[in-house]
Design a protein around this ligand. Structure first.
Ligand code: HXC
Length: 256
């Protein structure tokens, strides 16, 4: 059986579900390769406007597969080049929502942090426990976590390996919204539905400006924003959106 499932529940929306419950959705090479393939395909699929990534009702992901790397040497780890399979997620140009129930640990927490929006069930727990098995995060945890929550919250999570609850994660800015566990996926789908109905070029440019701007000096980020903003005036959806506002009617966006 495939270790990830790709579903298309509604027009414009794709759901990727990690499907390795017997190993708590640990990110084996096969899982990461399948994820890379899904994200590469969905990036190119013009019918997809928004993607939801989830591990299902009970667990998001317990991190990299410890059993598969316990005996590895440094050169073996280098040859595996894990960064190759993360690249399509890192560069995914469309809105990505993580729907997190249960544990999001290590590479699982890093996976969630590749998303643009994180919806967490109230029982979800986030952590970077790598230090407890003698390593450190290797898929962005030391970089994305401090950018999301600030140095002192991040250092506590990274250096102690202790998980935080969904409520704590929300308070520190690691989570966009916390809902009842049973509502996590439905809430992520609701958001995906509303994003999928909005102009995709604008969504893409917002994501691009936020991500590229986050690491740029303010003036460079503002320049990037201004150019993307101006470019949107070349889209049919901008003309339609503004005409609909002036004419007091609902816009009919065409994704052009
Ligand atoms: C391999 C794992 C695993 C993992 C769980 N399993 N997590 N196998 N890699 N990361 C396996 C267990 O060995 C066990 O297999 C089965 O899944 C069920 O696990 P239990 O521990 O019995 O389940 P539970 O009591 O529900 O506890 C769930 C858990 C715990 C809290 C998530 O499994 C856990 O702490 N896992 C490790 C979390 C972790 O340290 N993550 C960081 C990994 S390093 P058997 O065969 O006994 O049934 C990392 C580096 C990232 O992520 C680098 C970049 C990618």
């Amino acid at each position: 059986m495939s270790e990830t499932l790709l579903e298309r529940p509604e027009d414009g929306i794709a759901v990727i579900r990690l499907n390795r419950p017997e190993a708590r959705n640990a990110l084996s090479a096969a899982v990461r390769e399948e994820l890379a393939q899904h994200f590469t395909a969905l990036a190119a699929d013009e019918t997809v406007r928004c993607v939801v990534l989830t591990g299902g009702d009970k667990i998001f992901a317990a991190g990299a597969d410890i059993k598969a790397m316990a005996e590895a040497s440094p050169s073996e780890m280098m040859r595996r080049a894990g960064e190759r399979s993360w690249k399509p997620l890192k560069e995914f140009p469309k809105p990505l929502i993580a729907a997190v129930n249960g544990w999001a640990l290590g590479g699982g927490c890093e996976l969630a942090m590749h998303a643009d929006i994180i919806v967490a069930g109230e029982g979800a727990k986030f952590g970077q426990p790598e230090i407890r098995v003698g390593i450190m995060p290797g898929a962005g945890g030391t970089q994305r976590l401090p950018r999301a929550v600030g140095k002192f919250k991040a250092m506590k999570i990274l250096l102690t390996g202790e998980p935080v609850t969904a409520a704590e994660a929300e308070a520190m800015g690691l989570v966009s919204e916390v809902v009842e566990d049973a509502r996590t996926i439905e809430r992520a789908l609701e958001m995906a539905r509303s994003i999928a109905a909005l102009p995709p070029v604008a969504a893409r440019k917002i994501k691009e400006a936020v991500l590229a701007g986050a690491d740029a000096p303010l003036d460079a980020g503002l320049l990037l924003e201004r150019q993307a903003f101006q470019l949107l005036f070349d889209t049919a959806d901008q003309k339609e959106g503004m005409a609909a506002f002036v004419e007091k009617r609902k816009p009919a966006f065409r994704g052009e």
